[in-house]
Design a protein around this ligand. Sequence first.
Ligand code: RAM
Length: 509
Amino acid sequence: MHDKFLSKASELMPELNETIHRPVELVEALPDKNALHGVKMINGKYVENLYSQELQNGDIFTVDFGTHIVGYLTLKIKPVGHQQDSPLRLRLVFGEMPCEIPDFEYAGTLSSTWIQEEIVNIDVLAEPFTLPRRYAFRYLKVEILGRCTAYRVKFEDIYCTAVTSSDCSSIEKLNDDMDTMLAKIDEVSIRTLKNCSQEVYEDGPKRDRRLWLGDLRLQAIADYVTFKNYNLVKRCLYLFAGLPHPDGQISSCIFHEPTLSNDSWILNDYSLFFISVLYDYFNETNDLNLLKELWDTAFRQAEIVSEQIDEYGLVKHGQTKYFVDWCEGLDKNTSAQAIAIYTFKQCHALATALNDEKRMSFLEENINVLTKGAVKHLYNNEIGFFESGERNQLSWHSQIWMILAGVFEKDANANLLKRLINSDIEIRPRTPYMYHHFIQALFDCDMKEDAIKYIKAYWGKMVELCADCFWEVFDPDNLLLSPYNSIQINSYCHAWSCTPSYFIRKYLS
Ligand code: RAM
């Protein structure tokens, strides 16, 4: 634990901006096999109708706040017909998506306690009742529990105090002639980033509410072209640097609550991305002091992976210690190799900025060894693709990461990408996280029109499916996909999905 970094992180603790949101409509979640996830929200009456009704045990209603919000719920309720002679008991169900509202059997692999559901007892109705926990939601179902309660109730007000550390006033307007779909995608991306930006960049405000390095890397670049929340990026870099593992390796994620600590789960790609976040931050701000402070930490990540290169110039443990994507059956070895090359090159650029010659030549040597290893042992000249693992698996992931790593020159990369797009390789990106890398590869190869086409086909499809924020997992061919075996536990406002704003504002405005 490095206290000096942690105390700097705590000095950068952001203030949260608050806004009040009220429900806009009464709705009902009904089963419909043609609707997304099999549940359709039927628009109902004005919320004012609710406020004039007297409700009693057994009554249920659902309200729609009109958009995704993250915050604290307050209820103002008064007893009618009789004094409040007993507690009021409510069941509250919060949903980012319609599929979370109807009762369901949970069959997921993550803790069911992530499901946003409460039973609350209100002893004194005279005061507004604010729930102590924070929720991420658009829909709220309220069920009046109990039996034989002597009084009925009237809801007088329902509101959510939404919180974020993003400052919305700093966002520049897009050009007036921006394509309508891209403008809508930008709006949803910005909301996604805003709702994930809290005391740290959370991966998802519903789940895991944690700072993951892979997510931070993408949030940061999207933030530079929108909110410009540089201090939050800096704070998160200090948090990671302050909580390394004993050998200096950076953790894949940080819990900032309930106690500040790191996760024992090591993912080499995420550790290496510490270099990328610092590299992007330095390019954006020219903050040489921060670079100097965090340089040893960043370099250590490359050094650790360099110790794992075998005699063929290949990264070992590629299958076990890398995340790459939530994609079943994916062989990650070749992606791991490419991620090492990609981040070592960024590390080399940082060493150059610092004039650290010793580390420059160390990195140069490693980049050469890894690049030669990749071309010699992983690239299959006959078929024109990179293969991965003992079974020579072909995947989109391997090609995309090798393009990003710049193993070949630009023209050869563009040809590889075109071959990939026209191929029938079935192992494809399954998350907006991996899709981001595909789009980046298209821009890197100057294939701007294709990039626009795929941004619209992927994030635009979520918009067509009424996404208020972009989702953790999305496969247009399998809308029920969940890495955790439950569509209800998927996160529907997820950090790593917010990068269309980065592409639109960096390359298209
Ligand atoms: C999940 C989250 C998070 C991601 C990790 C690897 O728990 O989706 O965003 O970075 O996996």
